[in-house]
Design a protein around this ligand. Structure first.
Ligand code: BTN
Length: 252
């Protein structure tokens, strides 16, 4: 019933007690022809996937682990815009569900008080010129407690519960999230990426700030000017513009 008023996203929702990874389940369903807007949710994942081949801690019953199947008529290069769409949807949902102030860190982290509370992992099936489908994978640390975090985290992480001091209802949160995703996806299909880019920039801590970016074996320091049509970070390095497609950013 979560998606009753939504146009596309959440018109079908499949819930599991446990999966290996909701992204894997959604990917297989999409290969078998599942409709756009199909959502896979699990209470726990035995092999939750993070970016760069890392593991995503998925303790049982406390957080949100979900994956959404989209079938937009876009090129593979444009698919990164959907990452920005989903990060904006998560930020809006946190704002509506808690008194906390979320910030976006490029490309797709949501921080509260400098700590990461959500992660996104999009996977797609595509041909050279066209996307077959995209799976938006969203993990939000909702009610996770401090002792449930892995000891070896690379960056500080937290949950809505830890930061806000009160538990957040997971069903309400997912309903809000699917509603915001639906609204943003509709605006994306009708009006394109412009409004999403603007909201992303407004919500990013980095606009106009001095940052250090490390990508592969290079380290650069510059001022953030924005993001381009495919989500690359635009940096001003002493008057020279540099586009960064991926890397780790530190605000100086
Ligand atoms: C990151 O490293 O920041 C991305 C984490 C993405 C985690 C979510 S949880 C739901 C979905 N299923 C997965 O296996 N991963 C994503």
């Amino acid at each position: 019933a979560a998606g009753l008023a939504n146009k596309r996203i959440g018109t079908k929702i499949i819930c599991f007690n446990e999966t290996d990874s909701t992204n894997n389940v959604a990917f297989k369903l999409a290969e078998d022809g599942a409709a756009e807007g199909t959502v896979v949710i699990a209470d726990t994942q035995s092999r939750g996937k993070g970016r760069l081949g890392r593991e995503w801690a998925s303790p049982d019953g406390v957080n949100l682990y979900c994956s959404i199947i989209l079938r937009p008529s876009i090129t593979p290069v444009a698919a990164s815009q959907l990452t920005f769409l989903s990060v904006v949807a998560v930020a809006r949902s946190v704002e509506q569900s808690t008194p906390l102030q979320p910030w976006i860190k490029w490309p797709n982290d949501i921080l509260i008080n400098g700590k990461k509370i959500a992660g996104l992992l999009n996977e797609m099936s595509a041909e050279t010129e066209k996307v077959n489908f995209v799976v938006l994978g969203i993990g939000v640390n909702v009610n996770m407690r401090s002792e449930q975090f892995p000891a070896d985290l690379r960056h500080p992480a937290s949950s809505l519960f830890i930061e806000g001091g009160v538990p957040v209802n997971r069903n309400d949160f997912v309903r809000t999230l699917l509603h915001e995703l639906d609204a943003l996806y509709d605006s994306y299909l009708v009006d394109g990426y412009g409004a999403i880019r603007e909201e992303w920039l407004a919500r990013s801590q980095m606009y106009g700030r001095q940052v250090r970016v490390s990508c592969q074996d290079r380290v650069m320091t510059g001022v953030v000017k924005g993001i381009d049509d495919i989500g690359a970070l635009l940096l001003d390095l002493d008057g020279r513009e540099e586009r960064v497609l991926s890397g780790d950013v530190t605000i100086l």
